[in-house]
Design a protein around this ligand. Sequence first.
Ligand code: DLL
Length: 430
Amino acid sequence: MAIWNEKAENMDRDELRALQLEKLKKTVRTAYDHVALYRHKMDEAGVTPEDIGSLDDISKIPFTTKQDLREHYPFGLAAVPMRDIVRIHASSGTTGKPITACYTKKDLEMWAECIARVATAGGATADDIAQISFGYTLFTGAFGLHYGLEKIGCAIIPISSGNTERQLNIMKDFGTTVLIATPSYAMYMAEVAEKMGVMKDIHMKCGIFGAEASTEELRQELQRRWGCVVTENYGLTELLGPGVAGECMCRKGMHINEDYFYAEIIDPITGKVLPDGETGELVLTSLEREGQPSLRYRTRDITHIITEPCECGRTSHRIAKITGRSDDMLIIRGVNVFPSQIESVLLTMEGIGPNYEIVVTRHNYTDYLEVKVELIDAAMLDRFSDLENLQKKIVTALRTVVGIDIKVSLVSPSTLKRFEGKAKRVTDLR
Ligand code: DLL
């Protein structure tokens, strides 16, 4: 299993911690001196950059939130003059103002390095033809992956997202071996490929997917349909974009680029730092961003840190699959429900497809969940008892895992919405 940067990725952990501390001190100093938000927050908490004498001292620094970033939209968190910024990205910002990210030339080099590591871990090499099916827009996904894959030496097809039939014809004609997409779009592409009958002419080596939560069950389904290894990677605009962490071929958690990012897990309610291995909210600090450093950014993503050595030989800690975002969690009649729990049940059931929609409603002050899921065989709609049996089976399986009764509606094949970027599975009508 190839490693892009052995020196960095196999670094002795004591050496790594010393490097992290050195970089943390510098980052805190820069953030304090050049970004008003960080200076005000630290002054208010009575902390100075000199108070950072060990990695544990990071807990003295106040958290940064998405709200802070919104309030300083667009460039209030830039730590360098605008003439040193060479790229600007932004998150989709479906609610409220978008989040912006400013990069210097050095940041872009560091980004390409992070992606080269993650993509190599996921199986990409200079011999590959890599199709980037993320949108080339303000979204960090396409441009982020692009320069890292180019650094590796892949032949890149910058096709962007959408126009699925064309995507598949290109895969067939150009001999794409690596696909870059969201897991939900990769699933949709697989469905269309099967319908077009082109799957036999596509010879994928690996799918390097990310940008949204997905379950282990969805990975298995994607691997089965594409006939290749599927790894996932993680990142966010606020910190960099993709490249914060990514899986290796062992597929047992995403290796964090720890020389560039310091990860903590906190209790999302109390803000207390939790020991390694406990599940909570991921908090990230950038260790080498020039354009826009981040101090203790609350990602809202729920995961845990895996410290056991990985069989691949990398010494970095890993983050486990994101089980959801703390703000995605649904509280239904007092029970916490993550959409990922529902997905993991649905994907193990026979007779239904991998697409689903969760609808939340409220009647007489009580919340209800409905899951719409597609039948594989439309003819089943005419066989009432089969339909009823399948429905009952899904309701029971969901009750066992989620702990509440969820209404299940079985709909005709190919009738639910498909997504070319990040899937939106939950419709909250409350
Ligand atoms: O989604 C960056 C990215 C692009 C990552 C391409 C990987 C591949 P944003 O649009 O700012 O950035 O969204 C960041 O997406 O806080 C998570 O909630 C979610 N997310 C990203 N990767 C994963 C993943 C990009 N592998 C937000 N699993 C993050 C679960 C993910 N959630």
